[in-house]
Design a protein around this ligand. Structure first.
Ligand code: FES
Length: 113
């Protein structure tokens, strides 16, 4: 039987706090991803900036800017809406982070639609 592990415990994601990095797959290709909590809801994206596909966090898990309201790329400062992944400012306005489907259930965060 296939055992599927959760990404993390639900309580590991605090509103506007540190994100959790994890591995996911897109079309069978492993990708780096992260999950954060924003206004009570969990969002996850590939950990690849829409400007240049480098990981957003310079320090592992630091995805929010100082206001704790936007996701920010540590390389050139693009900032993104946590709920949509749309870049709101910086070098790639209007472009988007690639979403990863996650669900919160039974006190944990799981990959899912
Ligand atoms: S690589 Fe992210 S803003 Fe340039």
């Amino acid at each position: 039987m296939l055992e599927v592990a959760p990404i993390c415990a639900a309580e590991a994601l605090v509103d506007g706090g540190m994100g959790v990095r994890f591995r996911a797959e897109r079309a069978g290709v492993p990708v780096s991803a992260f999950a954060v909590r924003h206004e009570g809801k969990v969002y996850a994206y590939e950990n690849a900036c829409a400007h240049i596909p480098v990981e957003l966090d310079y320090r592992d898990g630091e995805f929010f800017d100082l206001s704790r309201r936007y996701l920010v790329c540590a390389t050139h400062g693009a900032y993104y809406a946590p709920e949509t992944g749309v870049c709101l400012g910086g070098p790639c306005p209007g472009r988007k982070l690639a979403p990863i489907g996650v669900i919160e259930r039974d006190g944990a965060i799981w990959l899912g639609a």
